[in-house]
Design a protein around this ligand. Structure first.
Ligand code: ZN
Length: 248
């Protein structure tokens, strides 16, 4: 199975082999206008697979200009500090409420260690810090001109207080991170990833309304891949006895 799939002009999906399993953790590679961007570079344990996937798509990892995090959970952005050492041109974009934890990773490491204990290294690999001068904080409301696209940044707390999504108005493509829930390929229900510590269902519900109002044509999920269809609500899935199905 190939790790890289082209989704649209200038856009590739990368399947990172998390614990050897494909199609659980996804990154997106955007190319255009002499820029190369990664949305959600993934965990430290798969950073070499990400570098290999960039090469497989026909690019040089050293040419990456943007590392963009929907949020700073380890499965989305744990590799950031390691990757900047391999990507001299890359600037890192993360919400201001998460950016400080990329500079000083001790809090994320401590809280993840409480959950994962001695499996930390095996699951997440190295969690290295990102130098402050490589970081650009975002709040929501900005336009990022990246890799030939205009990406609107929207703040979408709920799953995490530091979560943003990126919407390409021109193409209707929306990079949703975990805000639109988890739907692994081949499975037709959606479940919301509900990690501690800052889960906020009310804020999450508002964030989903925000996504719905944007009327995206396609959602690119962190877990995993493209999803088309109507954007539902958190209560939709309560009915289906899932704590929150968001797409259906
Ligand atoms: Zn997350």
């Amino acid at each position: 199975m190939t790790a890289v799939t082209q989704l649209s002009p200038g856009l590739w999906q990368v399947s990172l082999p998390f614990q050897g399993e494909p199609e659980i953790i996804g990154s997106y590679l955007l190319a255009g206008g002499n820029e190369l961007a990664i949305i959600d570079p993934g965990p430290g344990s798969t950073y070499e697979a990400l570098l290999a996937a960039i090469r497989e798509a026909g690019f040089d990892p050293q040419e990456v200009t943007h590392l963009i995090a929907t949020h700073i959970h380890l499965d989305h952005a744990g590799a950031t500090g390691t990757l900047v050492q391999h990507m001299p041109r890359a600037r890192v974009y993360a919400h201001s409420k998460g950016a400080s934890h990329l500079i000083d990773t001790s809090k994320i490491v401590a809280s993840a260690t409480r959950i994962y204990g001695d499996r930390m290294q095996q699951l997440w690999g190295m969690i290295e810090s990102t130098p402050q001068e490589r970081l650009q904080t975002i709040e929501g409301g900005e336009i990022l001109n990246v890799a030939g696209r205009r990406l609107e940044v929207h703040y979408t707390p709920g799953h995490a207080v530091h979560h943003v999504i990126f919407f390409d108005v021109h193409s209707g493509e929306l990079f949703a991170g975990d805000t639109a829930g988890v739907r692994l390929q081949g499975i037709d229900y959606v479940r919301p990833p509900t990690p501690p510590p800052d889960l906020d269902l009310e804020a999450w519900s508002e964030s989903i309304d925000k996504i719905r109002r944007l009327r995206p044509d396609i959602l690119y999920l962190g877990h995993f891949g493209p999803a088309r269809g109507r954007v539902g609500t958190l209560s939709t899935c309560a009915k289906n006895s899932f704590p929150g199905a968001i797409l259906y």
